[in-house]
Design a protein around this ligand. Structure first.
Ligand SMILES: Nc1ncnc2c1ncn2[C@@H]1O[C@H](COP(=O)(O)OP(=O)(O)OP(=O)(O)O)[C@@H](O)[C@H]1O
Length: 263
């Protein structure tokens, strides 16, 4: 890949559902090797942006270029260079991990044997070897999450979109996955990391993009955002930039409701 061509280039992206404006002009350029912490309040438009880039949502205005190609005009080939872990695992859970990963690998154009071999290797490393031939329906949340991560990487994509990728994983697995993401980024892959867990985003990301009301409210490294906003944690930066200062009063009202006794 030529470094000077951005992996992702978005210009004035707007989207609305009926009368409701969800994206209000997003401009974004991503180069290879960045881990982007993609954050924002619920409903800010994060998933919508990602789904547009994946070609799953139509009807937007503006321009979205991936690997230099306008995705409105390009065929579906660019998708074979993208991996995606959605927030809610939509696994065919009557299959075993072996069957599922072989199936997904084949969808991405791998030979069945290659997909199975790669899947087994990756599953083994993440501690799933003994469960490889058990049905996914019997797996814990963390085990399912690992299968999702493996399935998103089988075809060695250049862009990875991860939505809450560490949910359900124990502390040791989290450390392994964080290292894996860093190594992949160092190889030149671009990773979009969406999460509501600010201290992880703070540590994992080389660049943080905060979306609020369908607009980019902040874009920079954690160090830059700290300097600009005079705050020491990403959680505080998030709260400041989204204008949220009601946590204490909401908590007090909630606890008052818990304690209320009907007379
Ligand atoms: N298919 C749809 N039809 C109508 N409205 C939609 C549709 N999909 C999303 N929305 C609305 O668009 C807005 C942005 O949603 P989106 O899922 O992109 O937010 P998000 O930032 O990913 O939120 P979260 O952090 O909760 O995942 C929300 O108000 C949502 O209700």
């Amino acid at each position: 890949m030529i470094d000077s061509v951005p992996v992702i280039e978005i210009k004035d992206l707007r989207m609305r559902y009926g009368a409701r404006f969800v994206l209000n002009g997003i401009d974004l350029t991503v180069h290879a090797g960045q881990i982007i912490g993609y954050i924002g309040p619920n409903g800010a438009g994060k998933s919508t942006t990602v789904k547009i880039m994946l070609g799953l949502v139509q009807g937007y205005t503006g321009e979205v270029r991936i690997f230099g190609q306008d995705i409105a005009k390009a065929g579906p080939d660019y998708k074979s260079r993208i991996g995606y872990v959605p927030e809610v695992a939509d696994l065919y859970d009557t299959l075993t991990a072996r069957e599922y990963l072989t199936f997904i690998g084949r969808l991405y154009g791998l030979e069945a044997q290659e997909a199975e071999f790669k899947g087994l290797q990756m599953a083994d490393i993440l501690g799933l070897r003994n469960a490889f031939d058990s049905r996914i329906s019997s797996y814990s949340k963390g085990m399912k999450q690992k299968v999702m991560l493996i399935s998103s990487l089988l075809h060695n994509p250049d862009i990875l979109f991860l939505d809450e990728p560490l949910s359900g994983l124990d502390a040791n697995s989290v450390m392994v996955i964080k290292e894996i993401l860093e190594l992949l980024a160092r190889q030149g892959k671009s990773i979009f990391y969406s999460s509501h867990i600010m201290d992880v985003v703070e540590k994992v990301s080389s660049r943080i993009i905060l979306l609020n009301d369908g607009r980019i409210a902040a874009d920079g490294s954690f160090e830059e955002l700290k300097e600009q906003n005079l705050e020491s944690s990403l959680e505080d930066i998030f709260t400041q930039l989204t204008g949220f200062d009601e946590h204490r009063s909401l908590a007090e009202r909630f606890v008052a409701a818990v304690n209320e006794v009907r007379s």
